[in-house]
Design a protein around this ligand. Structure first.
Ligand code: ZN
Length: 405
């Protein structure tokens, strides 16, 4: 519906995502946001619209993929991004509509009567350095199969991402292929089988790929086989420009977030370094070129996952020190939130609602003293689904016309 109400203007919308922002009490009954000393955020919170958002659904713990899609205004259940695509994006590979992306595991097999039997599904979790060496060797000897380009990127330990790039666009369903990982030791890897004719064609290329890889790895002591999972195509997602009439760009350090942003049509701004200051300098440079800016800050989530609440507090405080520079740009609408909660207490993502702040000249404000979980609950936005945030950002930017007469 929103497509029919769009009204373009010169307003600028800035969305800052502190990954895994929300938390639970970790010390003296206080959350990381409550412990953090955040004078700038406090001042902003007093004059902003506050609330909590639910990334996917009640009780659902989202990955960062669905978490971000929701923030970008997309239904994460309707637009599901396959694991292979996320893995490839995370390792910095580009994905196209001609591609099948796959997650791979180096594994150890033993040949019994010439048939591979899985002995270790993770090849003893070989060191990442070892992975890089083996992957380089593979890539150098295996560049294409029957006109299909093969691209392999090393991940951590035994993990790799593979992109098979076909000469032409692949029809939908071409990725409907079973995992080859038998999930158990003592079993033979499964043959890749397509569940429809298009997928069957891809499966035949995959079969040759597996065969060639196992020949090339035969002499390796541990990583002498490659198990494949999560076959996936690039999802067909309308761009943010098509859906919301904005010209968006992304400033992020980690490849997966840049990849996610590119899936919804954001321009990815390249920059050096990995600091918030570096992101701000980059933002300033492109401020006149776009009207929607997504800035991603990762470390809140990383420390949450480590159970390091002091670390998470320090990133929140670091962000607070930089907040005045974001404000100096005078965005018409500023939103600060997370893509999901990552409470240090749980050492992982969680289902908890995520604090949300929206600042514009058209908010009520005056409900809360700080930007914390409890203070956000007092705010005017209440608890809302993440995918509705985009509506609010557009409305606050006066980019939505009246509905009906
Ligand atoms: Zn995340």
């Amino acid at each position: 519906m929103i497509e029919n109400l769009l009204h373009r203007n010169d307003s600028k919308i800035l969305l800052i995502v502190l990954d895994g922002l929300g938390g639970l009490p970790v010390k003296d009954g206080k959350t990381e946001l409550e412990i953090a000393n955040t004078p700038n955020l406090d001042n902003l919170a007093k004059v902003s619209a506050l609330g909590m958002h639910i990334p996917v659904d009640y009780g659902i713990t989202p990955g960062s993929g669905p978490g971000h899609l929701g923030l970008f205004g997309y239904d994460p259940l309707k637009y599901q991004i396959g694991r292979g695509i996320l893995e490839a994006l995370g390792l910095g590979l580009e994905v196209r509509h001609t591609d099948i992306a796959i997650r791979g595991n180096y594994a150890t097999v033993e040949y019994v009567n010439d048939r591979p039997i899985v002995k270790d599904r993770r090849a003893g979790r070989i060191p990442t350095e070892e992975n890089r060496r083996i992957t380089k060797k593979l890539q150098e000897s295996l560049r294409e199969i029957d006109g299909v380009q093969v691209i392999i990127a090393p991940g951590m330990e035994h993990r790799v991402a593979i992109v098979l790039r076909f000469p032409e666009e692949l029809p939908e369903g071409s990725d409907e292929i079973n995992d080859t990982d038998p999930q158990e030791v003592g079993k033979e890897p499964l043959k890749p089988v397509g569940r429809n004719p298009n997928a069957e064609r891809v499966a035949r290329v995959v079969e040759k790929f597996v065969e060639k890889v196992s020949q090339l790895l035969k002499e390796e002591p541990k990583a002498n086989y490659l198990l494949l999972r999560g076959f996936a195509q690039k999802p067909r997602i309308p761009t943010m420009e098509e859906r919301f009439g904005v010209k968006p760009c992304c400033i992020a350090v980690y490849p997966m977030y840049k990849g996610l942003a590119s899936l919804v049509g954001m321009d990815i701004i390249k920059f050096e370094g990995n600091t918030i200051q570096g992101e701000i300098n980059t933002l300033k440079k492109v401020w006149s070129d776009y009207d929607f800016f997504f800035v991603h800050i990762k470390k809140t989530d990383s420390y949450g996952e480590d159970g390091n609440w002091e670390g998470k507090v320090s990133v929140i405080e670091d962000f607070d020190r930089h907040l005045p520079q974001f404000l100096e740009l005078k965005p018409d609408v500023l939103a600060i939130t997370g893509d999901h909660s990552t409470p240090s207490k749980l050492k992982g993502h969680s289902w908890h609602p995520v604090p949300l702040l929206i600042n514009s000249p058209y908010v009520l404000g005056g409900t809360s003293e700080r930007f914390t979980e409890r203070e956000c609950l007092k705010g005017e936005l209440g608890i809302l689904p993440a995918q509705k945030i985009m509506n609010l950002l557009l409305a606050n930017a006066l980019r939505l016309k009246k509905f009906g007469a």
